[in-house]
Design a protein around this ligand. Structure first.
Ligand code: FA5
Ligand code: MG
Length: 442
C-alpha cells in the first residue's frame, strides 16, 4: 500500500516533464496539477516577491567568492536527492506519501541539496548558491503549498591548498574576519554548541577545523538573516508602522538539528512578531559527500538550505502562500524589481465550507495517509482549496473502526466560486476517496 497512490485507471502510461519522458510505474504519483507548476520559475522573475528576495540575498554576496546557480532542473534521480547525501533507506522523505515521483528512480526534488555534490564537483569558486523550486506532498493551509523555494549555500576549503594545518586554520579565520560585520550590531544572537554524542564532530576533522567552519557558517547565515529582516523592518516603517520591535535589534537563536549529510548540524530561528520562525537548516558537510563529489577527504566545508517562501511572506506581508502562484494582476502589479514593499490586500471572495466524514477501511495496509487525502482535494479543486483540516477523529468502541472528519474551505483568491461548482468539486473528491482508498462515507 505504501506504493499505491494513484489508481491505475487514472494513471497515464507516460508522463513528460520539461521535455523528458518517463514511463510510469507504481511509484508514479506526480499529478497533472503539480506538473503544471514545473517550469513556472517564479524565483527567476525579478518582479516577483520570491525573485526579489533571491536577488536581495545574492546582491549581499556579490564579490565574496560565490557562484550563483539557478538553472538546475527540478527533476532529479533518487541518487541525487537521497543516496548521495546518505539518506537511510527507511527515511520518511523517500516515501510516496511525502514526495512526488515520476517513476521509481526519478522525482521532483524535495530540496536544493540534491545538487550539492554536483556543485562541489564543478564549482570553481570556494562557495556557491543554488536557488530552485522544491516539491513536497503536504497539508493544505495558508503557509503550506506543494511547491516552495529554497536557496542552498555552501563553501569549502581544500587542505591540499595549504602546507600545514595551521595555515588552513589561519585562512578560515581570515575568511571569517572578511564576512561583512553589518550583522553584528543589528542582531542579538543566542548561540549553541553541539552535542558530542548525538551531533558530533566528524572523525576526519579536528576540533579546531570544526569550530572555525561552524563559525564561518553561522556568521554567513546571520548576514543573510540580518540583510533580509532589516529590509523587512524598513518596509514596515515605510508603510507607516510604528511598532516597537522595528527599532530593536533582531533576536535570533541557534538550535541543534540533524541532517544525514552534515555533522554537526544546526537550525537558525528568528524571533518575529511574537514567535520563533525556523528559517534555515545547515551544518558541516560530511566527508562522504566530498568523496561522492570526487573531491576526496582533503576537503572540508559547510552547507545551508534556506526556505524563501515563508520569509518572503513576512517581508512583503503576504497572508496566503497561494498568492505567489496567482496570475491576478492585482497581485503581480504590486511588486517591482529591487523593492521591498508591503502587500495591499484586494477584496476577498467568500469561502464555502464542506465536511467529509468517513470510516477508514481499517485493514492496516489500506490506511489513508493524510497527504493522500490532501492530494485528492488538490487534484480536484486546485488553488480553490484554501485549507483542509482534520476536525474530528474517533474509534468505534465495539468494531474498532476509525472515523475521521475533514473540513475543506473552498475559497478562490481571484473570483467568486458558485455553490454548484463547490458541490461538484466536493462530490468528486468524495467519490475519488471511495474509489482509490476504499473509505466508507458516513
Ligand atoms: C532541508 O531541506 C535541507 N536540505 C536544509 C539543509 C541544507 C540542511 C544544507 C543542511 C545542509 P528542511 O526540510 O528543514 O531542510 O527545510 C529547510 C527550510 O525550508 C526550512 O527551514 C523552512 O524554512 C523551509 N521549509 C521546509 N518545509 C517547508 C514548507 N512545507 N513550506 C515552506 N517552507 C518550508
Ligand atoms: Mg525542518
Amino acid at each position: 500500500a505504501a506504493h499505491r497512490s494513484v489508481s491505475s485507471t487514472t494513471k497515464p502510461s507516460k508522463i513528460t516533464v520539461l521535455g523528458e519522458t518517463f514511463k510510469t510505474d507504481n511509484w508514479t504519483n506526480a499529478t497533472p496539477q503539480i506538473l503544471n507548476l514545473v517550469g513556472r520559475d517564479l524565483y527567476k522573475n525579478p518582479d516577483h516577491p520570491v525573485g526579489i528576495l533571491k536577488n536581495l540575498v545574492e546582491k549581499r554576496f556579490q564579490g565574496l567568492d560565490y557562484t550563483f546557480y539557478d538553472d538546475f532542473k527540478p527533476v532529479v534521480s533518487t541518487y541525487e536527492n537521497f543516496d548521495v547525501l546518505g539518506f537511510p533507506q527507511d527515511h520518511p522523505g523517500r516515501s510516496v506519501h511525502d514526495s512526488y515521483y515520476l517513476d521509481s528512480k526519478h522525482l521532483l526534488r524535495t530540496h536544493t541539496s540534491a545538487h550539492e555534490h554536483q556543485c562541489f564537483q564543478r564549482c570553481h569558486t570556494p562557495g556557491y548558491f543554488i536557488t530552485g523550486d522544491v516539491y513536497r506532498r503536504d497539508e493544505i493551509d495558508r503557509t503550506h503549498y506543494p511547491v516552495f523555494h529554497q536557496m542552498e549555500g555552501a563553501r569549502h576549503w581544500s587542505r591540499k591548498d595549504f602546507i600545514t594545518g595551521e595555515e588552513l586554520l589561519a585562512q578560515i579565520q581570515s575568511d571569517i574576519d572578511a564576512i561583512p560585520k553589518t550583522s553584528q550590531k543589528d542582531l542579538i544572537v543566542k548561540d549553541v554548541s553541539y552535542d558530542a554524542v548525538k551531533n558530533p564532530k566528524q572523525k576526519y576533522m579536528t576540533m579546531k577545523e570544526t569550530d572555525l567552519i561552524g563559525q564561518h557558517l553561522k556568521r554567513t547565515i546571520e548576514l543573510v538573516v540580518s540583510e533580509v529582516f532589516n529590509a523587512a523592518k524598513i518596509a514596515a516603517k515605510k508603510a507607516g508602522s510604528t511598532e516597537q520591535y522595528l527599532n530593536e535589534p533582531l533576536k535570533i537563536r541557534w538550535v541543534e538539528a540533524y541532517f544525514p549529510w552534515t555533522s554537526p548540524s544546526w537550525e537558525i530561528e528568528v524571533w518575529w512578531k511574537g514567535e520563533w520562525l525556523e528559517c534555515c537548516g545547515c551544518g558541516v558537510v560530511r566527508e562522504e559527500v566530498f568523496q561522492n563529489s570526487g573531491k576526496g577527504s582533503d576537503t572540508v566545508g559547510w552547507a545551508f538550505g534556506i526556505g524563501l517562501d515563508r520569509i518572503a511572506m513576512l517581508l512583503f506581508d503576504i497572508p496566503d502562500i497561494r498568492l505567489f502562484w496567482t496570475l491576478d494582476s492585482r497581485f503581480k502589479n504590486q511588486f517591482h524589481e529591487g523593492q521591498i514593499s508591503l502587500f495591499t490586500p484586494y477584496s476577498k471572495y467568500p469561502g464555502t465550507i464542506r465536511d467529509i466524514s468517513f470510516w477508514l477501511p481499517g485493514k492496516g495496509d489500506e490506511e489513508l495517509h493524510t497527504n493522500d487525502l490532501m492530494e485528492i482535494v488538490r487534484a480536484n479543486a486546485g488553488d480553490i482549496a484554501e485549507s483542509v483540516k482534520l476536525i474530528d477523529e474517533f474509534v468505534h468502541p465495539k468494531t474498532g473502526n476509525k472515523s475521521q472528519c475533514y473540513r475543506v474551505n473552498y475559497q478562490s483568491m481571484d473570483r467568486t466560486v458558485t455553490n454548484d461548482e463547490v458541490n461538484r468539486l466536493h462530490e468528486k473528491t468524495r467519490r475519488d476517496l471511495v474509489d482509490k482508498f476504499g473509505i466508507k462515507l458516513r
